[in-house]
Design a protein around this ligand. Structure first.
Ligand SMILES: *[C@@H]1O[C@H](CO)[C@@H](O)[C@H](O)[C@H]1NC(C)=O
Ligand SMILES: *[C@@H]1O[C@H](CO)[C@@H](O)[C@H](O)[C@H]1NC(C)=O
Ligand SMILES: *[C@@H]1O[C@H](CO)[C@@H](O)[C@H](O)[C@H]1NC(C)=O
Ligand SMILES: *[C@@H]1O[C@H](CO)[C@@H](O)[C@H](O)[C@H]1NC(C)=O
Length: 330
């Protein structure tokens, strides 16, 4: 009979109340009456609590409303709109398009997210980028990966109709990932006379929140967000109505923070195996399987940690222990 080594695995699950899968009461909420810009408020919350609040549902909205004074002003929440957080349709990955890519140049004053409606990008004057309303109809530029060609479709369509067309007949709306790609595109457009042409760049407005989670719930006031004067990229909760407004981020307002209440659950497991449980590789495999199990149960916010335990041959008397005879040595 092979010698079986019994190893105890101490599985530490840290479940933080941070995610929307967990009930809102696992967070504590704070109203801070000091007046700060959105960024200052974010730093303050991160220093003293966990972060600016994320509002996942109307109960939380109501709770925040109830712990704040009734004033005709707003208080910052963790909602903000990052006008440089673009993605390529073809890749779906976040691509921060500031002003530094030499081959990705914004037209003067763009992106301006005019009227809080412009979440898709067209090339303007065939070379510079401009954020435009996704519903506007423009010619568009597809990319075909099979023969590495760029196809200008002169028929005008909305951005998403253009995307569907490109995905059906070619690969996708084109990306511009290098200087070479940009010059090929310029060549394709040269002489076409098009003013605006859709490319594959788009973004999700008002996502994620300050704590990097997202929420489908919104509570905008009527006609909000509107990006008045094209400078309103932070969200506040109106203290008279509980509705949300977009606002200039440098205005000084009071704000709401939250503290994540972390529940620590320690699960002890006894594994019997002929494999070497001290091997990092095997530990990783076990961790992966457990992670998969937890995720399939809808738990998304956890950490699995291995703790060094003494492994030794089991002895009959210890077998009666609730502990199963695990000894911990930290
Ligand atoms: C590449 O393939 C597409 C789709 O078949 C076609 O429309 C396009 O003309 C081709 N381009 C070149 C340069 O072969
Ligand atoms: C684009 O142009 C360059 C030359 O500037 C060439 O090497 C490349 O194959 C072209 N095609 C694509 C898909 O970028
Ligand atoms: C556009 O095409 C014209 C000729 O049709 C050419 O003279 C010009 O250099 C081209 N421009 C670019 C940027 O390739
Ligand atoms: C935010 O979340 C996304 C996906 O949920 C993740 O890819 C990204 O690394 C996170 N960013 C930070 C700063 O935590």
């Amino acid at each position: 009979m092979p010698r079986m080594e019994e190893t105890c695995l101490l599985l530490i699950l840290l479940l933080s109340g941070g995610l929307s899968t967990l009930p809102p009461h696992s967070r504590e909420y704070h109203f801070v009456s000091q007046l700060m810009t959105w960024t200052e408020a974010q730093s303050y919350c991160r220093e003293h609590f966990t972060d600016l609040v994320t509002i996942y549902n109307s109960n939380i909205n109501q709770l925040l409303f109830s712990i704040s004074p009734r004033l005709s002003t707003g208080a910052w929440i963790g909602l903000y709109d990052d006008r440089y957080s673009w993605k390529w349709s073809m890749e779906g990955k976040l691509l921060y398009v500031g002003s530094t890519h030499e081959f990705l140049i914004w037209a003067n004053g763009q992106p301006d997210c005019a009227n809080a409606k412009e979440y898709c990008v067209a090339l303007q004057g065939q070379t510079q980028m401009d954020d435009r309303p996704c519903g506007a109809s423009y010619p568009f530029l597809c990319y075909n990966a099979k023969n590495s060609s760029y196809i200008l479709v002169k028929e005008s369509r909305s951005w998403s109709a253009a995307q569907s067309y490109c995905r059906t007949y070619h690969t996708d709306l084109t990306s511009i990932r290098s200087k070479e790609e940009k010059s090929n595109i310029t060549l394709t457009l040269n002489g076409s006379g098009v003013q605006y042409v859709w490319i594959g760049l788009y973004r999700d407005p008002w996502a994620p929140w300050s704590d990097n989670t997202t929420s489908p719930f919104t509570n905008w006031g009527s006609s909000e967000p509107n990006n008045g004067n094209s400078i309103e990229y932070c969200g506040d909760l109106n203290l008279l109505t509980g509705e949300w407004y977009d606002c200039y981020c440098d205005v000084r307002l009071s704000f709401f923070c939250f503290t994540a209440v972390t529940k620590q659950t320690v699960v002890k497991m006894k594994l019997q195996s002929e494999a070497d449980m001290h091997s990092t590789e095997i530990q990783q495999q076990v961790s992966q399987q457990l992670s998969g199990l937890m995720l399939s149960e809808g738990l998304t916010d956890f950490r699995i940690r291995w703790r060094k335990v003494q492994s030794y041959r089991d002895d009959q008397s210890k077998k009666q222990d609730v502990d199963g005879g695990c000894k911990t040595e930290d």
